[in-house]
Design a protein around this ligand. Sequence first.
Ligand SMILES: [Zn+2]
Length: 256
Amino acid sequence: MQFKFINTVIILLLSVGLVLAFFSVTSFWYVLTFIVFYLLFLLIVSTNVRFNFFVNSISENQKIKQKKVAISFDDGPVENTLEILKVLEKYKVKAGFFCIGKNIKDHPDIFKRIIEENHLVGNHTYSHTRKMGALSVSRIICEIEMCNKIAEETTGIKMELFRPPFGVVNPKIQSALQKTGMKSIGWSIRSFDAVLPSETIILNRVIKRLKPGAVILLHDNNAKTVNILEQLLLFLKNNQYEVVRPDKLLKINAYS
Ligand SMILES: [Zn+2]
């Protein structure tokens, strides 16, 4: 694992620094500054799935040279998902939906419809707790398995792909993924549709970052995403981009 090697090197360097500081060869302030920067580094890599530091996530397909991209939606299924499905149908586009288990439980018919319309579905934990980074390995496993269970009970589908909530990744999540046999799927274009207020800014953010093999992240529980999606699909069509299902773009299996 990349992080284990880097962690060992950092701890060795810190130990040497502390010894040198103890014998007044160097200042304790240098060692302290080093620690602060390392903690900042850990914070950045644990909140950004694309760095692949703690967890190896598939976030794009760099081998693709043709104008092909994939669109993924997080946090559904909810009522608004139906509006998203209508737009996708209008443009004859297949996308990926990383669903929250308790939302599948509340909206089983919408979840079924996503699958019937041949979109991809993946696991986005059962409760989508904000405390994801603080959960124990067994709690994370429970979150993953409960979401898989409700999806299988509803449709018979056995999901294999996992999208980490908030893009948070750490060694415990890596361990839970290994134990449950799930593959982590990230993104290469984060729209911030759930955060930014302006549709134009969100759309321009995505358009500016477009490139062959990219995976776009949107949220189907967000009302303004319907309009953003329509404009994005129009742009992609006018610029000869083909939208393919995430598993086809990434050349992976979605189900077992
Ligand atoms: Zn989410």
